[in-house]
Design a binder for this molecule. Structure first.
Ligand code: NAG
Ligand code: MN
Length: 392
């Protein structure tokens, strides 16, 4: 005989009523059994890093595009766009892959030993806002979706009001947004969004490729839509005045060129270059020094193409190039930016379908962002340099 559950419950309560009165009554559910201190699943219920819904580093999720009820100082947002890619597609799965690769970031609490700070308990509120819905059928529309989605979560009062703490006098305190790509085209709508808040910005760009190519050089530009892709977005950004000229730098470059004129055009777009192979002569310290000399005290936007890493460390990417840095070297170089004012960041070109079963690429992407996130939380709420807000 099969008894329905309510019948069993009724039966057991009858049994309990007639049993020894000295016995403790049946209680429960025993929440302590499955509740613990991990903050995943919105901080409500999480039993381990390997179960439950993935957010970046298991931080709380809030659907920020649908609701502005939760405030934040740092927001992660996915931009699952990969129809601007020239070789391997698949970066539309980057946001979910990076979240999967980030599960263990705070397994032991998340304290960053070399940076001497814990980004998960650094005094700033960090949320995972999910993904911007992006069409895969119309690039122009998708790029507008990314710009407006990014801008919607950028133009909000942050959780921690820097003005109230007397840190900023500009009255323009905004949260920092970290975007999970997506192919590198997404950086163009992000820069357009940032421009609406800050004007031209200084970019530190980790990549094996220049991405300042003129459309006629890269892909031949058969149409206006095709001219905006993951090899040309910085050209457009420069022409649109989104970059603060002569302050930007690429690091990790090792691509072949159409010819030496690509470098001339790159300088015209406002960039200096540190080549990947320079690590052999100047080391990570020398590379950090070059980056810091170039950007000075400017607030910076950090854009990380995972292909700045060698394919041995990050095979799952759209256009891999051998001769790159190791994950250790990239993380050291990113940590070398500690103390700079990072206003926002992205990591792009993670295409998990080409990854190893051991998730090399998604882990590397998550760990690179962990360094960025630590630098941001160490710096406290985002503030602009006094009297410079209108200028940069
Ligand atoms: C950026 O600065 C460089 C070096 O001063 C200059 O040659 C170039 O024309 C400038 N580019 C733009 C787009 O204004
Ligand atoms: Mn690249």
């Amino acid at each position: 005989m099969i008894l329905p559950a309510f019948a069993l419950l009724a039966l057991s309560s009858v049994v309990a009523a007639h049993s020894d009165h000295n016995q403790a009554p049946v209680a429960g559910p025993y929440k302590d059994i499955w509740y613990n201190t991990l903050p995943g699943d919105g901080g409500i219920q999480a039993d381990s890093v390997f179960s439950g819904i993935s957010t970046f580093g298991r931080i709380p999720y809030h659907p920020c595009l649908a609701s502005d009820e939760e405030k934040y100082d740092i927001a992660f947002i996915g931009a699952p766009f990969d129809t601007g890619t020239s070789y391997r597609p698949g970066a539309r799965f980057g946001p979910s892959g990076i979240r999967q690769g980030s599960r263990r970031l705070n397994l032991y609490g998340g304290y960053n030993v070399p940076l001497k700070a814990n980004p998960f308990h650094g005094g700033l509120k960090v949320l995972d806002c999910g993904d911007i819905p992006v069409t895969s059928y119309d690039n122009e529309w998708a790029i507008r979706q990314i710009e407006e989605g990014h801008n919607s979560i950028l133009m909000r009062k942050p959780f921690t009001d820097a003005n109230k703490k007397g840190i900023s006098k500009t009255g323009k305190t905004l949260p920092r947004i970290i975007t999970l790509g997506g192919d590198h085209t997404i950086t163009l709508p992000i820069l357009r969004s940032l421009n609406r808040a800050y004007g031209p910005v200084t970019v530190v760009h980790f990549d094996s490729h220049l991405d300042t190519w003129k459309p006629k050089v890269f892909g031949g530009s058969p149409s206006k839509t095709a001219s905006v892709n993951h090899g040309t977005y910085f050209y457009h950004a420069a022409m649109e005045g989104l970059l603060k000229n002569d302050t930007n730098i690429h690091a990790g470059i090792r691509t072949t060129l159409s010819g030496p004129s690509d470098y001339e055009n790159d300088g015209y777009c406002g960039f200096e270059i540190v080549e990947a192979r320079e690590i052999d002569t100047i080391g990570t310290d020398g590379i950090i020094k070059r980056i810091r000399q170039r950007v000075g005290t400017n607030p910076i936007y950090v854009s990380i193409d995972i292909d700045s890493l060698d394919p041995a460390f990050a095979p799952a990417t759209g256009t891999p190039e051998t001769g790159g840095w190791s994950t250790r070297e990239l993380r050291t170089i990113i940590r070398g930016l500690d103390g700079l004012n990072i206003i926002g960041a992205d990591i792009v070109e993670v295409a998990p379908a080409y990854d190893t079963a051991a998730e090399h690429t998604t882990m590397a992407a998550a760990d690179a962002l962990y360094e960025v996130m630590t630098i941001m939380t160490k710096a406290g709420p985002l503030t602009l340099p006094e009297n410079e807000a209108d200028e940069w």
